[in-house]
Ligand binder design. Structure first.
Ligand code: SAH
Length: 250
């Protein structure tokens, strides 16, 4: 059995209880070395074979998985594996070989960043949707999903894999419809000990990142929800609102 496990955003204790248990039982661990906190490797048992997938191809990863038939294998991905984890291609290869697998979710970095910012992405009357996306780089993004087209919605946007292209990102966000003074934040290494938070406006993203020397491992959060002001109180916790669980108060 291969367990595809989300390692969480960075802090070692943000892996799930289930994920940690699987990690401790693993005979073989293949971890995404570019972003998984190496301290997690200390949780493996004596004799566990450890591979860093950062310098491996899909074929090499599959080679290790095939050779490990019958033992407990953990494939450790950063954050939650469902976002930019390249897990589909691994699962297809395992399906083709009849290798069983299971996914254990993790805390994504977009949740880690919200916690770092003490932010609710979905504020009543301000934004009720979160767009998780990236700018096009060496990996193509379908035109209908361009930053510009999503910007037209003025929702909260959490932008992955784009820290090295901040100037262009800022231009695209503005061209798409965000005002230049829309609040924005850059969260570098959310939940890691060297986490950094920068707050600025959409037009200032490029300069802010440059000044702080941030080029990778960051999320960019934009939208009117970023300054956490001007929202309406929720209905759910309002005294005059009745729910299945609580009567309205007079
Ligand atoms: N599956 C991961 C994302 C992998 S893609 C998840 O759920 O978080 C890698 C990108 O994620 C990085 O380029 C960066 O944009 C973002 N990222 C991952 N960990 C991060 C962290 N701790 N802080 C900020 N951004 C992070």
């Amino acid at each position: 059995m291969v367990h595809i496990v989300g390692a969480g955003p960075g802090a070692v204790d943000l892996i799930t209880v289930r994920g940690l248990k699987l990690l401790r039982q693993a005979d073989i661990l293949i971890y995404a070395g570019s972003l998984v906190n190496p301290e997690l490797l200390q949780e493996t048992k004596e004799g566990c074979q450890i591979y860093n997938s950062a310098d491996m191809t899909l074929e090499e990863v599959m080679g290790v998985i095939e050779e490990g038939e019958g033992v407990a294998i953990v494939r450790l991905h950063t954050g939650d594996p469902c976002l930019y984890g390249a897990i589909r291609e691994q699962m297809d290869e395992m399906d083709a070989r009849g290798i069983p697998y299971e996914i254990c979710p993790g805390v994504s970095s977009f949740c880690g960043a919200a916690a770092a910012l003490e932010m609710e992405y979905t504020l009543p009357e301000i934004a009720q949707s979160v767009v998780i996306t990236r700018i096009e780089g060496r990996t193509k993004v379908p035109e209908r999903e361009s930053i510009r087209s999503f910007a037209a919605h003025q929702s909260t946007m959490v932008i992955f894999l784009s820290a090295g292209m901040m100037e262009r990102l800022s231009e695209e966000l503005i061209a798409g419809g965000y005002r230049e003074d829309t609040p924005a934040a850059i969260v570098y290494k959310a939940t890691w000990p060297d986490e950094k938070i920068l707050r600025c406006k959409v037009a200032e993203l490029g300069a802010a990142a440059k000044q702080a020397g941030i080029r990778k491992t960051a999320l960019i959060i934009v939208g009117n929800a970023v300054n956490q002001k001007g929202y309406l109180r929720s209905k759910l916790y309002s005294p005059d609102f009745e729910t299945e669980f609580r009567k309205a108060q007079q």
